[in-house]
Design a protein around this ligand. Structure first.
Ligand code: DON
Length: 309
């Protein structure tokens, strides 16, 4: 068990808050500019169902890139490992999350991994359903089950704001359509993807999902298996190698746990067999990761020896 008292976690949040002034809220999705850079909340979900938290834990934010892990789990359950990884690679890029450059130079042309935008768009393309609506509902139901919270929904304002400004993601899609990696209407796919990224929740829900991954797909509160073991392991492995983008190597050295960040300032952590972590802190560093979120994880990892390496 770590941080058995909220007092200790509150202290960590206070300490980490100092560095929010060195970060910046994401602004390339206009609706995200409204976030308060000073907000910082954290939750830790233990296997016995107890949850410790600090900061404004009722604050909801959109998942953004954290949703890529959950969409990947569903696409793997829908299509199987061979079909998914025939269209997307397993390798880290060392480039920013929205970079287009490696798409053109990798042969055969396919996104290097499912955590960068190009790969995530292909993953979303593979979620099954008869309509965009049905595909989104299937993903949403899956996320609700993982969090054990049937009221989770998406933020339409953020979804629309991203849909209207997703020129770079559209260009990734057109490139991939030209190369036969995707074959659906680009705006349909961008519509589904922007809704996926706009799924919103608080850090308690996020920590609960991290816990299910930490336990290889089992929900300890119900003992139900929500994700097959091998799929949960694929997700965690890609979180370690690619989850923090071109900061994944440094994060593996300094923190050493599977984690995934998003530009709205969320980080989901899964400490294998021990607990799930959900953090929200909107101020980002230059690589798009929550600056205070990273600080908290680094402090927790050092204090409680969390690194798996
Ligand atoms: O596609 C995008 O650009 C966003 N919806 C998600 C990017 C993101 O969260 C990158 N994370 N650090």
């Amino acid at each position: 068990m770590i941080c058995r008292s909220s007092e200790e976690l509150n202290q960590l949040v206070l300490e980490a808050k100092d560095c929010t002034k060195f970060g910046k809220v994401a602004d390339y999705i206009p609706a995200l500019k409204k976030a308060d850079p000073d907000d910082l909340s954290v939750a830790i979900y233990h296997t016995d169902g107890t949850c410790l938290s600090a900061g404004d834990v009722q604050l909801k934010i959109t998942l953004q890139s954290i949703s890529k892990v959950l969409a990947l789990a569903l696409a793997l359950m829908d299509c199987g490992e061979d079909e998914v990884f025939c269209k997307i690679g397993y390798e880290p890029t060392g480039d920013p999350f929205n970079s287009i450059v490696k798409l053109e130079i990798s042969k055969p042309s396919k996104p290097l991994n499912p955590m960068i935008n190009a790969g995530a768009l292909v993953v979303t393309h593979m979620i099954k359903g008869h309509s965009v609506h049905e595909r989104f509902e299937r993903l949403l139901q899956f996320v609700r089950k993982l969090a054990g919270n049937p009221s989770i929904s998406h933020c339409e304002e953020v979804a629309v704001s991203e849909f209207e400004t997703a020129h770079l993601n559209r260009s990734l899609c057109y490139f991939m359509k030209q190369h036969g990696i995707i074959n659906e209407d680009v705006d349909n796919l961008i519509y589904l993807y922007t809704k996926q990224c706009a799924i919103e929740m608080n850090c308690l829900d996020l920590a609960k999902i991290g816990l299910v991954l930490a336990l290889d797909g089992i929900d300890p509160l119900t003992n139900n298996r929500l994700i097959p073991t091998h799929i949960a392991r694929i997700c965690k492995t890609l979180m370690v190698t690619c989850g923090m983008y071109n900061a994944s190597g440094e994060f593996a050295v300094r923190v050493g746990i599977p984690a995934k960040s998003g530009v709205s300032g969320g980080i989901m952590g899964a400490v294998p067999n021990r607990f799930g972590i959900g953090i929200f802190g909107a101020a980002l560093d230059e690589k798009g990761n929550s600056i205070a979120g990273l600080k908290i994880l680094e402090m927790l990892s050092k204090r409680y020896d969390l690194s798996m390496f």
